[in-house]
Design a protein around this ligand. Structure first.
Ligand code: NAP
Length: 278
């Protein structure tokens, strides 16, 4: 176990499964005290058990991130359990309806926006004051490769993940000079229950073809990037969404030979819209 996050308190939403679980284990392995939050309390408790068995400290809490009152209570839980909040990973998310725009139900649209986008607003709204109390902190919001690209039959998901990128940029402009760095990650397709429960083997094979590395990603690979962005090693990185690859707008399932261009990672960039707000 390294101790890069010793004395830090971290909160991970959707921490019971997939990417959130890998992030929780990674941060705890580097010394953070981790609040593992999820709808699935038993799953969160199981991750806490793994952390404790490895000698770490963690606490499980049930919270529906689409419910603003539950999010406020979740942040209170972190502060009252471990004395404050330094790091947050707003990761909980769902896949949503797999239908074209005209066939997407209002309920399906509202749900995916609530869980994948509104949640990130609610989380940061309560996490930021807690971090300011400690003199600063770092937030990573989990967007997606679909936060910067369209994808057929995923309109609500794509809109929500684009929204997460915009929210991230805005919060970064507002709070970076006050000591809170805010970044997002935009993973490509990662082998987790979210993929396994929604896509059959053929669809997963097609998605594999979109990745220059020739396979789907692993949750641990996203966790490594998240941990880096939260760490002091990334002390001059804010306002960024770092994606693992960029497909062209039409390069989703069904396109045989998609063209791929790689992401450019900048450490800090004062864009046209980000003036005079610090
Ligand atoms: P996952 O394995 O399904 O884990 C998501 C976790 O979030 C589950 O434990 C789930 O609980 C929980 N959750 C769902 N709705 C929630 C809510 N309203 N409140 C609190 N927790 C809730 O999915 P994953 O693949 O790790 O995805 C994690 C994040 O990465 C998501 O934001 C997803 O959009 C993003 N992402 C994933 C991929 C990918 O290819 N896997 C790619 C890019 C981005 P239940 O199991 O009880 O529903």
């Amino acid at each position: 176990m390294t101790d890069g996050f010793k004395d830090k308190v971290a909160l991970v939403t959707g921490g019971a499964s997939g990417i959130g679980k890998a992030v929780s284990l990674k941060l705890a392995g580097a010394g953070a005290r981790v609040v593992v939050s999820d709808l699935d309390l038993d799953g969160a408790k199981s991750v806490v058990g793994e952390i404790e068995a490895a000698g770490g400290e963690a606490s499980a809490v049930r919270a529906d991130v689409a419910d603003p009152a539950a999010v406020a209570e979740m942040v209170r839980h972190a502060v009252s359990t471990f004395g404050g909040l330094d790091l947050a990973v707003n990761n909980a998310g769902i896949a949503g309806d797999n239908k074209p725009v005209a066939e997407t139900s209002d309920e399906g649209w509202n749900k995916v926006i609530a869980v994948n986008l509104n949640s990130v607003f609610y989380c940061m709204k309560h996490q930021i004051p807690a971090m300011l109390e400690r003199g600063g902190g770092a937030i990573v919001n989990v967007s997606s490769i679909l936060g910067t690209n369209g994808f057929a039959t995923a309109s609500g998901y794509v809109a929500a993940k684009h929204g997460v990128v915009g929210l991230t940029k805005t919060a970064a402009i507002e709070y970076s000079a006050k000591g809170i760095r805010v970044n997002a990650v935009g993973p490509g397709f990662i082998k987790t229950p979210l993929i396994d429960d929604n896509l059959d083997a053929e669809a997963q094979e097609q998605l594999t073809g979109l990745h220059p590395i020739g396979r789907l990603g692993k949750p641990e690979e996203v966790a490594a990037l998240v941990a880096f962005l939260l760490s002091d090693e990334a002390s001059f990185i804010t306002d960024r969404t770092i994606s693992s690859m960029e497909p062209t707008p039409r390069s989703n399932a069904g396109v045989k030979e998609p063209v791929l261009v790689h992401d450019v990672i900048c450490s800090s960039y004062q864009g046209e819209t980000s003036h005079a707000q610090r």
